[in-house]
Design a binder for this molecule. Structure first.
Ligand code: SAM
Length: 431
């Protein structure tokens, strides 16, 4: 693949992988570093800090993400996927890099379905999406074949496919150990199966964004070529400045490749296909369960959103999501294994309303509803360890914040403040 550049490629393995993060545009943290060329809020850090000891990391103010993957933003903007409400499926979403990025880019009334097939990877996905704080997302846990009931439903499908991980060799020694020709073959077969399952779910004219973090053609061009030969599809292309160092190969498959000696990032491949077939699409019909008017009135005061919000009952909780997506969320609950829909705002039992952690993380939290207490670094870490901290204030729920970014709730009762930080998320490091 790299006849002249192979020595430079090999040499790139002697330099450390760059550390990059992507800022949450709605949480207003400041971090300094060089800009990632293809991502507005992507920055390279000079050194790798201990992210677990930074309260802003736990607050969802930024996401630690490999820079090449952030190229998704360039595709979204160039293909104008951000300008109007769309339905988008992130089919292999955990731990949530692409999903959090998409949420920051797409229209606030677009629906993102973030799906993860492997159950054990769901907690990381849920945690990262909760911290990111956007309500227009439904998290599902389904095998790609379960999407068969949603024919023609999505405008865009992102498949960041499970792959043999050659592009991670510099960063992750286990990727080198696990690599074999057999594994490449197995991954290619799996990718084909996933694509076959997902293709009918894309609407006519819709786009499939296929990516891997591997270089070989078996898992990239060959898989896509099989698809375009058996289905009605064409490649969609975007312009890229030549000084970015990305290789665009055009024939017979149009794809973008990232090599670590050419870009400041790891190995990555991405390609965009458009479905050209005319096929019938599924109609959405479902009725969301109503929330009582008194409860609704209180919950409405908790949010200050740029779009009209709807409220959905989900067991003993009420979740908020854009009103225009309520029917879709209720419909998806009938068709898929939905783990969560929207922002879980509060537990509601006999009209008693207890705010939940996702509400504290919400980018639309109304900052005039609850009293707030600023914490310094030491206090914030103690709060995130779920230790008890001293908080003055009126009895009731109080928002803890660090550098004005919310961290979570305490409930002030006579004599103490109960720390409501989720037990499973607390920082466990001792130093
Ligand atoms: N998109 C994620 C992100 O940006 O953070 C990373 C996705 S990772 C490259 C590939 C994902 O595919 C993993 O979450 C993995 O659990 C999932 N996966 C593994 N085997 C799968 C299968 N047979 N079908 C669907 N997804 C699978």
């Amino acid at each position: 693949m790299l006849p002249d550049e192979f020595p430079a490629f090999l040499k790139s393995f002697t330099s450390p992988p760059p550390v990059s993060v992507r800022l949450n545009p709605l949480k207003h943290a400041t971090l300094k570093g060089n800009a990632v060329p293809w991502c507005t809020r992507g920055i390279y850090l000079n050194a790798r800090p201990r992210f677990t000891l930074d309260p802003l990391f736990h607050a969802g103010a930024y996401y630690v993400q490999e820079a090449s993957s952030m190229f998704l933003e360039h595709l979204v903007l160039q293909l104008r996927l951000h300008q109007q409400p769309i339905r988008i499926l992130d089919a292999a979403a955990a731990p949530g890099g692409k999903s959090t990025h998409l949420l920051s880019l797409i229209h606030p009334e677009s629906l993102l379905v973030a799906n993860e097939t492997i159950r054990s990877r769901l907690p990381a996905l849920t945690e990262n999406l909760t911290r990111w704080g956007y309500p227009n997302v439904v998290i599902t846990c389904n095998d790609p074949q379960h999407f068969g009931a949603l024919k023609g439903y999505f405008d865009v499908i992102v498949l960041d496919a499970p792959c043999s991980g050659e592009g991670l060799f510099r960063k992750d020694a286990s990727a080198v150990r696990q690599w074999s020709q057999e594994h490449v073959k197995l991954c290619a077969l799996r990718q084909q199966r996933i694509l076959q399952n997902l293709w009918p779910v894309l609407r006519p004219g819709g786009l499939l964004i296929y990516s891997t973090c591997t270089y070989n053609a078996h898992e990239n061009e060959e898989v896509l070529l099989k698809l375009v030969k058996s289905k009605e599809a064409s490649f969609a292309e975007v312009e890229i400045p030549p000084d970015w160092g990305i290789l665009h190969s055009r024939e017979p498959v149009s794809g973008y490749r990232f090599f670590p000696h050419r870009v400041w990032g790891e190995g990555f491949f991405v390609s965009v296909l458009r479905k050209t077939a005319e096929e019938p699409v599924q109609t959405v019909r479902a009725k969301p369960e109503n929330v009582s008017p008194d409860v609704l009135q209180t919950l409405r005061s908790f949010l200050a959103a740029p779009v009209e919000m709807g409220y959905l009952r989900f067991s003993d909780q009420v979740a908020a999501l854009p009103a225009s997506l309520m029917q879709d969320a209720a419909w998806l609950m009938q068709k898929l294994n939905v783990v969560s829909a929207g922002t879980a705002m509060a537990k509601v039992a006999r009209n008693r309303i207890t705010p939940l952690h996702p509400l504290a993380m919400s980018v639309y939290l109304n900052r005039n509803t609850f009293p707030e207490t600023p914490l310094d670094l030491g206090e914030a870490i103690r709060f995130l360890r779920k230790e008890s901290i001293k908080v003055e204030g009126p009895f009731g729920y109080c928002l803890m914040k660090y550098q004005n970014v919310p961290l979570g709730w305490v409930n002030i009762v006579p004599g103490r403040a109960n720390n409501l930080y989720p037990s499973g998320w607390r920082i466990r490091l001792m130093d």
